[in-house]
Ligand binder design. Structure first.
Ligand code: ADP
Length: 475
């Protein structure tokens, strides 16, 4: 049954029970204290009124003084040793107050004629015989006061409980409002994520649930709502990237696939000469290689995304790996009349994954050859200092403007208007390069400007304690 109650109702119930018990306890304690004060004051008044009469009776043997007394609200009675009434104050008009068992002190009795009375009983010792002096005062007034107070408390208790409950309901409702708003927002976003076609997500998330006209709430709920907003924004951008990636990837794969389809359809339409088959197969081979590279690249990036790109730790000489990469692009560079100028420090020992590092260098060299104009020069530098290897690739290509620079590491991102259709990487080169460098704990920076060429710098830290540093000192 508890599960069916909302958090708000449960908080309210708990609050009302606690406040109800506390209120009832304090009201009862207050009433008991008041009653005790009122009664003790009444008793003091009674004793103060009885004392002079008792003193008088003790010193003066005449009981008739009592008979003459007629003070409103004060009834006197005197008894002798045998309990016989010897004097009654005038206002008793002959009515005898029956003394209960007690013979001294204070007592409360119910008199059939005078109602509720408080008695002060005093023993007076005299030579002609002892007397018992009784002063009776009606308690009607204080009983009425206490009764009125009880009634007041009886109304006050449910009234204040209702008021406190109302305030609590308002405050709890107000405090929990961000949670309700977050729940609504989360549900709405979950629905959108389920049904929205790519690009249909709202560009901006609605203001978070903790925001109000007075600004963001700076309490626990405000901070929770803010954290949720950040999470939503993160998820939103991850989702957009994923959708963009899927759309880009399918677009990239579609082009070679349609070329393949076209070529095979053409071949199958009618018998061809061996030369025609040869030509078509060369095109098919080219497109298959392109497809293979894209799939390979996607696979590498998927492994990197999963945090599983773990490079081997092989001892190697980076200058040798870089030389090898340069010689692999040399023929393509020669075809375009591009010179590759190398300044490579020797014996740069390093511990890393040779295949990945070769792929890394090839990506920069391939791009440099691809985007550089013919008869230009590519400079390749390799140096090491302070336990870090520096590799630099500088070309005289078209350069990259500042607005595109932050995006060139994104998958399938291409700077518009830049040539290089014979892409080796299928638009994934720099993304893969970054994944490889990060897996080796390094970083890439690019300085470039339109018309001024591009320089890609790779920093690779030498793993601590490896031979790298010792060898580097030689250069
Ligand atoms: P691609 O296969 O298109 O070269 P990359 O990820 O290697 O993919 O590069 C991303 C984009 O960055 C390229 O499309 C190109 O616009 C730009 N780029 C990369 N290298 C260079 C360079 N050396 N000179 C000019 N632009 C470059």
């Amino acid at each position: 049954m508890n599960a069916a109650l909302s958090l708000r109702t449960r908080m309210m119930l708990l609050f009302c029970i606690v406040v109800g018990v506390l209120l009832a306890g304090s009201y009862v304690a207050f009433y008991v204290a008041l009653k005790s004060v009122v009664r003790s004051q009444f008793d003091r008044r009674l004793m103060e009124a009885e004392a002079p009469v008792a003193a008088d009776l003790e010193s003066d043997a005449d009981d008739q003084d009592i008979v003459a007394m007629n003070i409103p609200g004060e009834y006197f009675e005197a008894l002798d040793d045998s309990g016989r009434v010897v004097a009654l104050s005038k206002n008793l008009a002959g009515h005898v107050i029956r003394l209960p068992g007690k013979t001294q002190g204070l007592q409360r009795i119910e008199d059939p004629t005078l109602g509720s009375l408080r008695l002060g009983i005093a023993q007076i010792h005299r030579a002609d015989g002892n007397r018992t002096l009784i002063l009776a005062m009606p308690t009607r007034d204080i009983d009425q006061i206490l009764a009125r107070f009880r009634t007041l408390l009886l109304f006050l208790f449910p009234g204040s409980l209702l008021l406190m409950g109302g305030v609590a309901a308002w405050y709890v409702g107000r405090s929990l409002a961000p949670i309700a708003a977050l729940t609504a927002e989360t549900t709405r976003m979950a629905d959108q994520v389920k049904v929205a076609p790519p690009g249909a997500l709202p560009n901006q998330l609605p203001k978070n649930a903790a925001a109000s006209e007075k600004g963001i709430r700076n309490d626990e709920l405000g901070r929770l709502a803010e954290a949720y907003d950040k999470l939503f924004l993160g998820m939103d951008s991850a989702l957009r990237q994923l959708r963009q990636f899927v759309s880009d990837a399918s677009h990239e794969l579609r082009t070679p696939l349609s070329v393949l389809q076209g070529e095979t359809e053409l071949l199958l339409r009618e018998p061809r000469t061996p030369e025609e088959y040869q030509k078509a197969l060369a095109v098919i081979d080219d497109e298959l290689k392109k497809l293979g590279r894209i799939v390979e690249g996607l696979f590498t990036l998927a492994i990197a995304d999963a945090g599983q790109l773990q490079p081997a730790r092989e001892p190697l000489y980076l200058n040798e790996v870089l030389e090898e990469a340069c010689s692999l692009v040399a023929s393509r560079a020669r075809t375009k009349g591009i010179a590759i100028e190398r300044q490579l420090a020797q014996d740069i020992a390093y511990v890393g994954d040779e295949a990945f590092l070769r792929q890394l260098f090839l990506i920069f060299l391939d791009n440099a050859v691809k985007y550089s104009p013919s008869q230009s020069c590519i400079q390749v530098r390799l140096a090491a200092s302070d336990g870090t290897v520096h590799v630099k690739f500088a070309d005289q290509g078209p350069g990259i403007s500042a607005e595109h620079l932050p995006h060139i590491y994104e998958r399938f991102y291409r700077v518009p208007g830049v040539g290089g259709s014979e892409s080796q990487s299928g638009g994934l080169g720099l993304a893969i390069a970054q994944a490889i460098v990060q897996a080796h704990g390094g970083s890439i920076t690019c300085t470039s400007a339109p018309g001024a060429g591009s320089t890609f710098s790779v920093l690779l830290p030498c793993p601590a304690g490896d031979a790298c540093a010792t060898h580097l000192n030689k250069n």
